[in-house]
Ligand binder design. Sequence first.
Ligand SMILES: [Zn+2]
Length: 300
Amino acid sequence: MQDRHIGDVRVTRIEEQMGPGFPAKDFFPEFDAEVFAAEAKWLAPNYYQPESGKLVTSLHSWLVRTGKYTILVDSCSGNHKPRPGMPRFDMLNTRYLERLREAGVEPEQIDFVMCTHLHVDHVGWNTRLDNGKWVPTFPNAKYVMSKTDHDFWAAEAKFPKTEAFIRNTYNDSVLPIVEAKKAEFVAGGEHEMCGCFRIKPAPGHTPGQIRLDLESRGKRAIFSGDALHNPVQVPVWKWNSVFCEDRDLARKTRHTLLADCVEQGALLMPAHFAPPHAAYIKSKGDGFALDWDHDNKRGR
Ligand SMILES: [Zn+2]
């Protein structure tokens, strides 16, 4: 178990999957072989597999324990969910809930599930199959999600031409939460939560993506959802993923996020970074770099 402490708050990574995913050249629409080659040295082998050309990707939730509240940030892909055309998410049977229990938390103890956005790999464990029905996996939790994202994906799910895996994601992982009256929608602007969180808009990857800024005893972390997927997007922050809905807005949000990490000394906690899964950021020229020495510097 990999715990991090942000002031008084304990953060544990709950893994669903880890390994090579999309080829880098297919994942970034703005991919440039020369630019990537210049970064490949430090990206391999943790974040990039040179022999296959694939990015190494983690799918995990962040379990956040404040002392008063137990919060799950994003809920991965879920088990037994039909995702036609998406083999990495299709009909999975992972030990995710066992890993949560091994971290010392039963599903009933989760107070809030934070959905940074409503993509297939962020809402899957919102529900589980019970006697042929999708029911909330975390029966005592409020599921916090953006109203903008909800309305966008609810509408997408109704279009006849929408891909089945997108329609299924809304219908089996979001709609049952809304129908069970467990959804808590946030709309626009910033919102305080649990005394140590601030919910902020981070649109672009999806129309209503939100990020979560944590502060405890002067220490900070930012849960960034999919504002960026791979550490190469720190130096090369202009590169989007193929899954970013609005590329200009996604780029702007990524820049704001990285600049905030530098300015606040906040630990960046994305949803898909491979080990060590989180990173401090420093400025470099007029851009950004991973700050591997941050902890050492603080100890000196
Ligand atoms: Zn994702």
